[in-house]
Design a protein around this ligand. Structure first.
Ligand SMILES: [Zn+2]
Length: 204
């Protein structure tokens, strides 16, 4: 096998294993039918049970990616042993790297972009609308990039930055995918402290 064809096989294996575990999170929820309950990206999303459920779905796809990546990982191993070595090594390296980066969470690494804790916080803030501690009479919390604000009194209710929520992205198909893969769904916006002005014309 020549060096060129070896390199191409390696690259093919690497690319396949790179895309494979990311497909569910990048594509599955982008369809129109999946987003009827949400305003289009990048507008703020009002808090609702739909939103809480979406966070839980995104979390599920995130961890599903880890399970899915075991397929190219195992297949890469078999291919190194009995088939095309560079192709298998590409598969194996790419999915191994992916698995390691996801598992970092358990040894104090960065948290996933969507967590159970996040869904619970959304629910608690949503419930406060009914309580005496609500921010104003017609309290209507919505999620902006920089945190959760009441759309009526503009008070900041939570500092949580907004991760990708599976809506079809306003930056187009290719740029959208590139940004998703680069950010892994994490919020691109990083909160700068409590005195941040509400910015309704923000873009990601
Ligand atoms: Zn309010």
């Amino acid at each position: 096998m020549s060096l060129l064809s070896s390199s191409l096989y390696f690259f093919a294996g690497f690319s396949i294993a790179f895309i494979f575990p990311r497909i569910s999170g990048v594509f599955v929820t982008r369809g129109k039918g999946f987003n009827l309950n949400f305003p289009p990206h990048p507008e703020p999303i009002p808090l609702s049970p739909h939103l809480t459920q979406r966070v839980l779905h995104m979390r599920m796809f995130y961890w599903l990616g880890l399970i899915v990546s075991l397929v190219p990982f195992g297949f890469g191993f078999l291919s190194v042993k009995w088939g095309n070595v560079p192709f298998g090594f590409g598969l194996w390296l790419s999915s191994g790297w992916f698995i390691l980066s996801r598992l970092q969470t358990f040894i104090g690494g960065p948290k996933p972009p969507w967590t159970l804790d996040m869904a619970q916080r959304l629910q608690i803030i949503s419930n406060q609308r009914e309580s005496n501690s609500r921010c104003c009479q017609f309290s209507s919390p919505e999620w902006l990039l920089s945190g959760i604000y009441c759309s009526v009194c503009k008070k900041k209710l939570d500092d949580m930055s907004r991760p990708d929520l599976g809506r079809k992205r306003s930056d187009g198909f290719f740029m959208g995918i590139l940004r998703l893969i680069a950010s892994d769904g994490n919020p691109i916006f990083v909160s700068e402290g409590k005195n941040f002005e509400v910015e309704y014309n923000e873009s990601e």
